[in-house]
Design a protein around this ligand. Structure first.
Ligand code: GPW
Length: 814
């Protein structure tokens, strides 16, 4: 710890000089950012080493969280906060004429994820370290993160996200810990001393090099590790090709083909694409991760037979499900265990979280692709499938239909969710309703067979990043009112309820929201030149653009409101600012058209002076973790309007709630549990229930065209999409129109009237300022349940059987 400003100043200036050869006056903001990041790194380096030592010496169970995505965002601010020096250093920097916020903005926003699934993994890491749990992340170091979104002429345009171009300040390359991963080739076996020995010939070998990123716990000296793997050529392979055969160009091509494995993050969210490179990424991650875990385990422990007692491997959805056959392979082919020994260990080591019931997101890989890319892995899956099916046969003799519906390999595909269920000891959904749908519907046959494996773990978010860091004024008000205990025990937020009738407190809450909204409005003005009314309702819909999330329903209601306002300029309404942000997968045509519809509405409405600024529409470019951190604190209304049953949980809903926004939402995902917490008076719920939706899917009976025929208001509204009244070519929105009128798979039209009514209720509630403030307070006070600390404690106790390891007070600068 620096004793005073002088010491801090000397260290900072010294860092600038030694890293960049510059004085304070000469240094650029980026120079200052990197200097500060190095100071943080040095500050925690001892604790990082000590944490690993403790874990090795204590011999407590270790958990590895495997995820194809970690949407960690910027780390400087969060790290300073968790170390516990943020306010002090901020003050000291200010005395040097430096704005810490500005330095934080120099950091590239690590976008190694698409949306909820990847951000959940990042929130989990923060909670694991803050709860002093020996849990680590295992992922891929994509050279290019999720594309950068620009809006050009109202359309989404994708640009590569070269986030590593100036290096990453947090990673440490560990070349000595590299491992080899094999693809292709042929596998053959021979019997030796009564055992089958497998040989893998002519495989392509890829070098997996780990880069470690520290994960710093909240003021507790725990520094865990996020290990990200990068693909490189084995040097000798490259040399052999290039020099021995004199084929330099071929050698370079070869190098690129290998490195392509960790080149880009696939931009699909809740949708899989059966691309070979994606399969390669998945196997690369699990093989590298498992090899390094087994190696480390063997260094410290006696018998590999104890593996499952000492290690849990958690797979974040099915993307890392090949961890199951890969662990089998390592245990049998490399450690010499029998099939049965390996199987006992594997199925007691792996735990699986399912994040969706959307059929288009359930992964399945063509048998022929898997067979040729991963011959040994496919063999193991085939054997697993054989044994599982015969096991099923003995339980359900003659019930072919049931067995076919549960097989791991069926119709020439490997069904990854089936593999994950069979090969793990725990399967969890991410919100109560989602787990119930898994048990009763999507995985009901599996639930019948393995009832003991299924459990629920409702998602959460880290309140440190999403409240303490993102909304410092609100955090201060809370701390001053109820003590800082909520930071360690977020459930204590409920003690805020004693201020429900306290006018001064509610006033303070109101002021903070007002300030956050003004700051946000200023930022919008500077960036887009658009003026928004800080006293209007900030109605926010931010998330991936997806048909089931129904941004289209919101857009339709905006169009209708605007039309009504044009007809009646004196329409009674609280002015509203509709704020959208989110990326569409580059190949998702309908989602991209929805963006164009929103930007078109924005262009028309924002430039129409006749409506006296009562409405504004914004589509903010490039939704990312750092943009999200600005938006949530400024939101009044949280749009959570997915078709019931489709959103497994949602986590944005929790971030809004924690920042005092009121939810307008369907009874879907975690909205249901938010509703349970805050009660009817503090949330606006509307629309079909999951039961009703699923009943329509199973039994039919919803005919959108009939609804449109019988409802003049809907017909008029939909006509506006295609009758030339919007300033776009006439056919521009025909696809949206058709998707609604012909099938309306996501019940936009069916829920529309209820949605409009719910929005009118919001308008009415907002007019009663003191009532609204109480609603905000209730949401904040009940948000403790949705801290990922609660979620991770439940995983640790209920699934991993992992215990905290106390490191002691050793955070030291040098
Ligand atoms: F399809 N989710 C996501 F299940 O963000 F794999 N990306 C994905 O690819 C999938 C799920 C997958 C989301 C869910 O849509 C969301 O409801 C949930 O809150 C989040 O995962 C975290 O559990």
């Amino acid at each position: 710890m620096f004793t005073d400003w002088q010491a801090f100043r000397a260290a900072f200036l010294n860092q600038l000089q030694s890293m960049h050869g510059k004085s304070l006056e000469e240094a650029s903001p980026e120079d200052k950012y990197t200097a500060l990041a190095v100071m943080v790194r040095e500050y925690i380096s001892n604790a990082w080493v000590q944490t690993n030592k403790h874990y090795e010496n204590k011999g407590e169970k270790q958990v590895y969280y495997f995820s194809i995505e970690f949407l960690i965002g910027r780390l400087l601010g969060a790290n300073l906060l968790n170390i516990g020096v943020r306010s002090e250093w901020e003050k000291w920097l200010a005395e040097l004429g430096i704005d810490l916020n500005q330095l934080e903005n120099e950091e590239p926003d690590a976008g190694l994820g698409n949306g909820g699934l990847g951000r959940l993994a990042a929130c989990f890491l923060d909670s694991m370290a803050s709860l002093q749990l020996p849990c680590h992340g295992c992922g891929i170091r994509y050279k290019y993160g999720l594309f950068e979104q620009k809006i050009l002429d109202g359309y989404q345009v994708e640009h590569p996200d070269n986030w590593l171009k100036n290096g990453c300040m947090w990673e440490i390359r560990k070349f000595d810990k590299a491992v080899q991963v094999k693809f292709g080739g042929t596998v053959w076996s021979e019997e030796k001393n009564g055992k089958l020995v497998f040989h893998h010939d002519n495989a392509q070998t890829v070098l997996a090099v780990p880069y470690d990123i520290p994960v710093i716990g909240y003021q507790n000296s725990t520094v865990n590790t996020l290990r990200l793997w990068s693909a490189e050529t084995v040097q000798e392979d490259f040399d052999l090709l290039a020099f021995n055969q004199g084929n330099y160009v071929k050698a370079v091509e070869y190098k690129y083909s290998i490195e392509s494995i960790s080149e880009i993050l696939y931009p699909d969210d809740s949708h899989y694409e059966g691309r070979v490179l994606r399969l390669k990424q998945q196997y690369f991650l699990v093989s590298a991760g498992l090899q390094s875990i087994v190696r480390r385990f063997k260094k410290k422990h006696g018998s590999i037979l104890d593996f499952a007692e000492k290690i849990s491997i958690h797979i974040n959805d099915t993307h890392p499900a090949m961890a199951i056959p890969e662990l089998m392979r390592i245990l049998m082919d490399e450690e010499g265990l029998s099939w049965n020994e390996a199987w006992q260990i594997t199925k007691n080591t792996i735990a699986y979280t399912n994040h969706t019931i959307l059929p288009e997101a359930l992964e399945k890989w063509p048998v022929d692709i898997m067979k040729s890319l991963l011959p040994r892995i496919f063999m193991i899956i085939e054997e697993l499938n054989k044994q599982f099916c015969s096991h099923l046969w003995s339980h359900y003799p003659g019930d072919w239909q049931r067995i076919a519906s549960m097989a791991i390999i069926a119709d020439n595909y490997v069904h990854m969710a089936h593999l994950a269920v069979v090969g793990s000891y725990s399967i969890n959904g991410v919100a109560k309703i989602h787990t119930n749908i898994l048990k009763q519907d999507v995985m009901k046959n599996f639930y019948h067979f393995y009832p003991y494996k299924f459990n629920n773990k409702t998602n959460g978010i880290t309140h440190r990043r999403w409240l303490l860091k993102a909304n410092p004024d609100l955090a201060r008000l809370i701390t001053n009112s109820i003590s800082p205990s909520w930071i360690y025990y977020p459930q204590y937020l409920s003690t805020l309820l004693r201020y429900s009738e306290d006018a001064a407190f509610l006033e303070a809450l109101d002021k903070i929201k007002e300030t956050n909204k003004m700051n946000f409005a200023n930022w919008v003005h500077n960036k887009y030149g658009i003026t928004i009314d800080g006293s209007s309702i900030f109605d926010v819909h931010v998330k991936r653009i997806h048909a089931y999330k129904r941004q289209l329903m919101n857009a339709l209601r905006i169009l209708e409101l605007y039309t009504r306002l044009k007809e009646n300029p004196n329409l009674e309404m609280v002015p509203r600012t509709f704020i959208f942000a989110g990326k569409a997968a580059p190949g998702y045509f309908l989602a991209k058209r929805v963006i164009k519809l929103i930007t078109t509405l924005a262009a028309v409405i924002n430039n129409d002076s006749t409506i006296q600024g009562k409405m504004k529409v914004l589509f903010l470019e490039n939704y990312s973790v750092s943009l999200a951190e600005m938006i949530f604190p400024a939101a009044d209304v949280s749009e959570q309007i997915s078709t019931a049953s489709k959103e497994a949980s949602g986590t944005g809903n929790m971030k809004f709630m924690m920042n005092g926004a009121v939810t307008i939402g369907t009874l879907d995902g975690a909205n249901i549990e938010i509703h349970e917490e805050v009660g009817d008076d503090n949330i606006v719920i509307f629309g079909l229930t999951a039961k009703e939706v699923m009943n329509y899917y199973q039994n039919g009976g919803y005919r959108p065209w009939e609804l449109v025929q019988s409802d003049t208001r809907l017909r008029k509204l939909l006509d506006q999409l295609v009758n030339g009244s919007l300033p776009v070519p006439r056919e521009e929105f025909r696809v949206l129109y058709d998707s609604l009128v012909n099938s309306d798979e996501f019940f936009v039209l069916k829920d529309y009237a209820a949605y409009v009514e719910a929005q009118e209720k919001i308008d009415m509630l907002y007019r009663d300022n003191s009532r609204w403030n109480k609603m905000c307070l209730s949401n904040i006070a009940h948000s403790g349940k949705f801290s990922s600390d609660r979620t991770i404690s439940e995983y640790a106790i209920g699934i991993w059987k992992a215990k905290p390891v106390v490191i002691g007070d050793i955070l030291e600068p040098y």
